[in-house]
Each structure stands twice: as C-alpha cells, then as structure tokens.
Design a protein around this ligand. Sequence first.
Ligand code: LLP
Length: 410
Amino acid sequence: MELTDHAYRIQGMALTELAQKYGTPLYVYDGDKIVSQVNTLKEAFSGVKLKIKYATKALSNVNILRLMKRAGTGMDAVSIEEVRLCLHVGFDPSEIMYTPNCVSFAEIQEAVELGVMINIDSIPMLEHFGTTYGGSVPICIRLNPHILAGGNAKISVGHIDSKFGISILQLKHVHKVVEAYGLRVVGLHVHTGSDILDAEVFLKGAEILFEAATEFPNLDFLDFGGGFKVAYKPGDISTDMKDVGAKVSAAFQRFCTSYGKELEIWFEPGKFLVSECGLLLVTANVVKPTPATTFVGVNSGLNHLIRPMMYDAYHGVVNVSRLAGPERIYTIVGYICETDTIAADRKLREVQEGDVLAIKNAGAYGFSMSSNYNSRLRPAEVLLFGGKDYLIRERETFADILRHQVDVSF
Ligand code: LLP
C-alpha cells in the first residue's frame, strides 16, 4: 500500500474506492506482490534444486492457489479437503505434499488413492501404513527436531511438548518399522514453527535433518517446512531471505555431496508468500471515548481476523480515509460480543464514523481462519492482479447463515 496521488493505493487502485465498490469488511490481496515473493524465494535458493510447496492453509481461495500454480509453486496441504482444493485448481498430485496430523487412517488412504505424497507424523501411522501398503507407496517422514523456533510459543511446533512429528529421539524405532515393512522413505520433513527470525534456526533444523538423512539411503528430497518471518510492526525484523538462502543452500550442497546425490530442497511457506500481500478493509462504526481510551468500533472483529486475540499478534492499522490532519491514540475493536481488540493504543489520523481503516498483514491466516461467530457474515475477497480488480469471493448473505441448519419441527 502506498500513499500516492492523494490516496492510499495498491497497483494504482485507491483503497477507499475499492471499499466503496465492494463494501466492507473486505479482504484485498495484491497478486503482483504474491508473485514477487515467490520469485524472491526462488532467487534466494537458485543454487539448489528448490521446490516451493505453498501452505494452502494460509489463504486458500482457489484463485490464489491458481496464482501460485502460475508462479510455479507446488502445494502443502494439511487436510484431505485442502488436497482436493489443490487438485480442483489443476495441480498434479505429484506437486502436492499432504502433511496430516491426528487424522484417521481412512483419510490417509484417500490421499494415497489421489496420488499425493504422504508425510507421516507418528509411529502408529507408519506401522499402519506399512501393514497396508508395504513399500509400494513412497512416503515422507515428519520428524520433530526438538528445537524452539521463534518467540511465540503458540505457533512454535518443533519442540518437545508439541504434538507434531515423530521425535528425533525415536529414530531407532522408526528404522525398525521401516525395515520390518520395507517402507520406501523418499523424503524427510521438519517444520519448527512460524515466525522464524534467522538462518540459525533453519540451520539447526537442517543439521538435525542431515544427520537423520544419512541413515535413509533412498531419499529424493528434504523438506524444511515453512516459518519465514515477515514484518508485522514498524521496525520488525523479517527473515533475511538472501542470507537464509545462501547459508542453507551452502549447508545443503555440502550435505548432498556427502550423501552422494543431488536432492531437492523443499520449503512450505505460507506467511512469507501472502501475509504482507493482504489487507482487511473495515469501516469505523463508532468512535467512543471512555475514561481509559478512545475506542474505534469497526464492522469486523475476531470473527474475521482472529490473530490478534489468538496469538496477541500485532497488525498495523491505517486510516486510509484521512491523508492529513491531527493524529490521535485509539484502540481499534470489533463488533463481536466478546473482547475483540484488533489493535491497542495506536496512533491514527483522527477517525470519524464512516472512515475506512486498513488492517495490514491480513493475507495469511486472515480469511482462512475466519468464522460466522455471532452469526455474522464473512467478508468478500478481492484480488488485484496486473492493475485489475477481481471479486474472488462474494460477501456471504443471511442465507449462508441458515445453510446446513436443519429447521425441524418438534
Ligand atoms: N508447513 C507446516 C507443516 C505448517 O504446519 C505450517 C503452518 C506451514 C508450513 C506454514 O507456516 P508459515 O510459513 O505460514 O509460517 N495460524 C498461525 C500459524 C500456525 C500455522 C500452522 N502451520 C498464524 O496465524 O500465525
């Protein structure tokens, strides 16, 4: 978003005009920026055989998935429904990595039938898989490296208390199962969490994976998961992609030489590709001074963007209706019947009822984690691509609230 020609704009389009055209609350995505993020990642790892598996869960509108396909990514899916979404937009099953956690074996079988790569994350599942398929279906194994990534415990998943992956300490057991069933392990995976700041955490994960990998002779790839950090606050540090690319690629090349085969390196970024590419536009319904603060109550809330309440996440807010004038401190809250603070104690240009506020970093885990809580409608989504705006999801209607409810008479 830039302030040019008397308006806050993306790709030349004024946000206030988009708000007027489509109404608010409205998710707006910058498709050009998504493509440029994909390219930044490709460049950073240009020295190795890179495969990007976009984390579908971050933003799963089919048009975004199609954009990813066009930009040349594969997909990371965590549910059979996500697998089906990826297939629906035309990804080949071979481009999809399915990483389930605590799903039924029936769901894994469904995924095998669809032909996608299965990432197994528990020993019982590995045994079940062995009993059913033996070595006839290649698999990946998800390891839990027991390292704490990032500062936010809620989104760190590679530590010892986490439910994800097979503990690196159980590797011996894994080998016993692999040998007993003749399993064909072609990939190893770690995902340590979201918001990983520096190359060191990736390198730590990588070292653990390299060591484990030496004992698997038939590997085709190593998958380092997602988790690149993007800036949410002014002054926030984001992952230095060039630095991570150079350091991790060098370590990976060294490993491949000693392994005796040029493997593929996989990443599963969600936030890095879409977080900063999305805004949630909302309208100020009320400006309410209280003894403690002045609240701006907007026509949205934790039903549309749950990250601030769920993770204490910081999202920047800009009053895009006011380009000049005094600034004041506000706490921006939603209209949900719960404490749903979107942003506390923020300096905004003086807000008047009807002003449009842009909530930043709403591309990743925004719409995809939204709900109908308080029987509210979910927002519309608009994609800006090549200087044009496309409505990619209609705003819900009251009929959507009633859909699937069975109105019985008793
Ligand atoms: N791969 C796996 C196996 C994952 O579990 C995740 C995220 C990713 C890749 C993508 O991570 P990313 O690059 O987006 O950080 N909803 C939370 C974060 C939890 C994400 C869960 N898994 C948030 O809004 O911060």
